[in-house]
Design a protein around this ligand. Sequence first.
Ligand code: NAD
Ligand code: TYD
Length: 356
Amino acid sequence: MASRKILVTGGAGFIGANFVRYTLQERDDWQIVNLDALTYAGNLLNLKDIPVDQQKRHHFVHGDIRDKKLLADLFSRHNFNGVIHFAAESHVDRSITGPMAFVDTNVGGTCELLRAGLAHWQKRKEDAAFRFHHVSTDEVYGSLGEEGSFSEDSPYDPSSPYSASKAASDHFVRAYHRTYGLPVVITNCSNNYGPYQFPEKLIPLMILNVVELQPLPVYGQGKNVRDWLYVLDHCQALLRVFEQGEPGQTYNIGGGQESANIDIVRKICAMVDNRLGRAPGTSEELITFVKDRPGHDFRYAINAAKISRELNWQPAYTFDSALRNTVDWYLNNMEWVKAIRTGEYRNWLELNYKQR
Ligand code: NAD
Ligand code: TYD
C-alpha cells in the first residue's frame, strides 16, 4: 500500500478522532493533517493517547474549514493524496434551535473545502488514487415506516435542518464530480456509537445519566428505530471506501442492528446497574417520557448490500458486545467526562498541546 498524506477535517470529534487513531495504526506510513475548529464537540483529549511513535505522523491544525486563506495555505504546503471530510455540526436537536450554524459549516464549509480541493487536484491529476471523501448520514433519505431500508438510490427527503444541510452538502460534492470531474466518494452511514462520543447523543447521554441517577429523557414513546453502527466498524468501512471506492459513487454503511430507543435505554440501564453492583431494575425508574422532537424521523435502516458486494465490507461487531464495550469505556473514562462537564477540555489546547 503506497504511503499517503491525507487531510482529515473534524478529526477531534467523535468519529473523526476514532478514524485518525484507527488509520495511524492500520497504515503505518500515512501522514494525517487534522484540521479542526474545536467547537464544543471538538476535543483534543480524544487524541491524547495516540501512541508516541504514531504522533509524528499526526499534525493537528486548529482552524476552520470556512477559512479560505487557511485552506489555500494548507493545500499549497502539503501534497495531499486525498481529503476525508468529517467536520460538521452534527446534532439534530441543536439544528432545531439554531439552524444557521448548520448551513454555515455543513454547506458553506463543505463548499469552501470542495473549492480548495478542486484547485489542488487540478494540478495533480496524475494521482489516480486521489479522493475527496465526504462523510455523510442516512438521515438525508428521510424517514422509513415499519418496513424497508435505504439504498443508495433512495430519494433525498431530509426532515431536520441538520439532515437538510447534509443533503445539500452531498449535492454539492456530487456536483463537483459531475461538473469538474473531482474524484469524490460519499458515504451515508447510520447512527454511530462507541468511545469518545459527545454526551449529547442518545447512547452516551443515557449511560452518563444512569451513572449519575439523573432522569432519562426518552422522546415520545421511545418507539423510534435507529440502525446502530459501532464506530470502529465505521472506520474500517471508511478506509475501505477511501482506498477502493469508485469516483462518483455513493456507499451506504450500516450496522444491521435495528433497535427502538426504549429498548436501548433499558439495555443501558441493565448494563450499568450490573457494572455498578446495583439491584436489577434500579435505573429503569429514571426513564422519563418527554415531549417528542419536532419532525422526529420514525425509523432509519440501511441496506448495505453495495459496500458488501463491491468492497467486501460487513460489520464485525455485534450490538450487545459493542454496547457493553461502550458502557465500560465511559465507566473507565470518567476523567474525560469530567473534563467535558467542567468545560476544562476546551482549555486543553492552551494548557497542553502548544507546549508539546
Ligand atoms: P462531532 O460533532 O463529534 O464532531 C464534529 C467535529 O467537527 C468536531 O471536532 C468539531 O470541532 C469539528 N468542526 C465543526 N465545525 C467545524 C468547522 N467549521 N471547521 C472545522 N472543524 C469543525 O461529529 P461526529 O459524530 O464525529 O460526526 C462526524 C461526521 O459524520 C459529520 O459530518 C456527521 O454529519 C457524520 N455522521 C455522524 C453520525 C453519528 O452518528 N455521529 C452518523 C452519520 C453521519
Ligand atoms: P441522536 O443520538 O440525537 O441521533 P439522531 O437524532 O441523529 O438519530 O438520537 C437518537 C434517537 O434517540 C432519536 O430517535 C432521538 C432519540 N433521543 C431521545 O429519545 N432522547 C434523547 O435525549 C436524545 C438525545 C435522543
